[in-house]
Design a protein around this ligand. Structure first.
Ligand SMILES: Cc1cc2nc3c(=O)[nH]c(=O)nc-3n(C[C@H](O)[C@H](O)[C@H](O)COP(=O)(O)OP(=O)(O)OC[C@H]3O[C@@H](n4cnc5c(N)ncnc54)[C@H](O)[C@@H]3O)c2cc1C
Length: 538
């Protein structure tokens, strides 16, 4: 076998919570390759602040968690999926603790130590397990440490998956099956074949499609783009959750002010200091995220202000510093003392509710291909994700996918996967062109396909994206591939999928708000917007 042809029982793409949990579950049963495009901790997971939702207290119940999730999802969640994920939450949380994750604790009124359960918008009970305000960092630390101890797991950092390899792509007939992926080693420029009996996409979301985002640079929707190109259905991409409160500061790239700040008493205010959320929702500042984001957008448009404020100064300074050490320190670096003054905030693209269509066990329509975590669309979130349900979904679905994978006996791998073919010219202008096109797509999506949409703006966005894609394709075929070009190609495709899903839905529901169709249409409840490549012949 040539050097650049590697073979494993399972290939996992992505080292966030979903990929790592899946790898840990599979390691005792076979060889696992975990490829990740930057350093292994760099993921959306690493930046999660609020925590993971699970029913852990006697005054809470599965029924209440299910009800809150369904209410946020605005008529589009799959109730059986919601139930399965909510009910398995406590068992998966217990496993996370066994793996060494240290969730914050507090002293109970009786003097014993208990989990410090937080409350977030849309939750009717305190049920958020957190590690102060750096939950994601703690998850990555412990999961990576556990993965490194497993001899069956090989982690390939700075390896970016380009495309999935399927039997149909190789021209074979019969049902489509995934055989692995082509992966670019960024340091050497070599494209390797990773062949595997099963492939797990755990590539996270696509916040970088938008100009303002809470997501780190890895979030370019690669998994969704790869799956779509491989003929796997993708659904509900119009439901992009905009987090209402990202720090507004010229030097703060994408720093999130967690919803937990509002959960602990933070109040949204205009520049003049007036509270405004009581005009929009009875839960005021603790209303669901979409309502808060639209309210802020509307206040900003009405007043012409570039941001609003989030004020937690009513709480004692020691409480703020202990509960939100990361937010406190980061804001202080930008000259804002949150114990004494309100925090300037704006909404930003945050979470992709749609994605690769899967069952609750992570199975896609293509045999041997699984998707878990933010890359997948299981039906849990519907038209809007309830805060802190995404980390929960990632661990529950990774666990279920691992069980499913172990039960299946995959056929032996097709012997001959051809090596990667690409253009062989270097393009001296590439970086400037790539960064220009990248900016253009992100601004276009922000302006035309943002928090509030119209039919005309969506059509305009689609036309422009088609032109940009034609230009990108030319580069893609003629020149040697680079990580930047691959990501650009993916964000352009994901932008197109978001717009096409949005155009399919002639109503406003959950996160999708279209001024030309301002109301929810009962005929569209429980209907997903599904796109698949073959149906267009594209
Ligand atoms: C600032 C912030 C705060 C959040 N807070 C919370 C919270 O409190 N609670 C909650 O439930 N959710 C929260 N979320 C959402 C949650 O963090 C994510 O949905 C979740 O972590 C996604 O996990 P994942 O494993 O699916 O993907 P990620 O953690 O994003 O991991 C994706 C991985 O895939 C890799 N990758 C991507 N493309 C490729 C490719 N082509 N080749 C190789 N590797 C690739 C990336 O490098 C990365 O390792 C937050 C998100 C952000 C951005």
């Amino acid at each position: 076998m040539p050097d650049n042809h590697l073979q494993f029982d399972c290939l996992i793409i992505g080292s966030g919570i979903a990929g790592l949990f899946l790898a840990l579950k599979l390691a005792p049963h076979g060889t696992v390759a975990l490829v990740t495009k930057k350093s292994s901790a760099e993921s959306n997971t690493n930046y999660a602040q609020g925590g993971i939702a699970a029913v852990m207290s006697p005054d809470d119940s599965f029924e209440m968690h299910v009800r809150d999730t369904l209410a946020a999802g605005a008529g589009l969640c799959k109730e059986e999926v919601v139930r399965a994920i909510v009910e398995e939450g406590p068992a998966r949380v217990a496993e996370l603790m066994e793996l060494g994750i240290r969730f914050s604790q507090r002293e109970s009124p009786g003097g014993a130590t208990e989990l410090d359960l937080g409350r977030e918008g849309g939750h009717s009970r305190r049920r958020i397990l957190h590690a102060q305000d750096v939950t994601g960092r703690e998850l990555e630390r412990a999961l990576l440490a556990a993965a490194e101890k497993q001899p069956g797991i090989r982690i390939f950092e700075d390896h970016i998956a380009i495309d999935l390899i399927t039997t149909h792509k190789l021209g074979q007939t019969g049902p489509n099956r995934c055989l692995g992926a082509y992966v670019l080693e960024k340091g050497t420029g070599q494209v390797k074949v990773f062949a595997a009996k099963a492939t797990g996409l755990a590539t996270g979301g696509c916040g970088k499609v938008y100009l303002h985002t809470s997501n780190p640079d890895i979030a370019t929707g690669d998994g969704v783009a790869m799956a779509y190109r491989a003929g796997v259905p993708v659904a509900n991409m119009e439901f992009m959750q905009f987090h209402p409160t990202c720090l507004y500061h010229p030097k703060a790239k994408s720093f999130l002010i967690s919803e937990a700040v509002r959960g602990e008493g933070g109040v949204l205010k205009t520049r003049a200091g007036g509270e405004f959320m009581d005009h929009y929702h009875p839960l005021k500042s603790l209303a669901p995220r979409d309502i808060v984001a639209r309210a802020i957008d509307s206040e900003m448009k009405r007043s012409g202000a570039e941001h609003v404020y989030l004020d937690i100064t009513s709480k004692p300074a020691p409480f703020i510093i202990h509960r939100f050490p990361n937010i406190y320190q980061t804001c202080l670096q930008f000259g804002i003392d949150i114990t004494k003054e309100p925090i300037p905030v704006v909404p930003a693209a945050h979470y992709q509710c749609g994605g690769v269509v899967t069952t609750v066990d992570g199975e896609t329509e293509v045999a041997g291909l699984y998707a878990v975590g933010e890359a997948a669309c299981t039906g849990l979130h519907g038209a809007n994700r309830l805060a802190s349900n995404s980390l929960l979904e990632a661990v529950v679905c990774a666990h279920r996918a691992a069980q499913r994978l172990r039960l299946q006996t995959a056929p032996p791998l097709a012997a001959a996967i051809p090596p990667w073919q690409s253009g062989n010219a270097h393009n001296p202008d590439e970086m400037v062109v790539v960064s220009h096109l990248w900016e253009e797509i992100r601004r276009l999506m922000w302006d035309y396909v943002g928090i509030v949409r119209t039919d005309r703006r969506l059509q305009r966005a689609l036309n422009r994206i088609a032109n940009l894609q034609a230009e990108i394709q030319e580069y893609y075929w003629d020149f040697i591939v680079s990580a930047e070009l691959l990501e650009l190609r993916n964000i352009a495709l994901v932008a197109e999928l978001i717009v096409r899903c949005a155009m399919q839905r002639p109503e406003s529901r959950g996160l999708h708000c279209n001024l030309d169709h301002p109301n929810a249409d009962p005929a569209w409840a429980q209907r997903d917007t599904v796109l698949r490549k073959s149906s267009l012949g594209a």
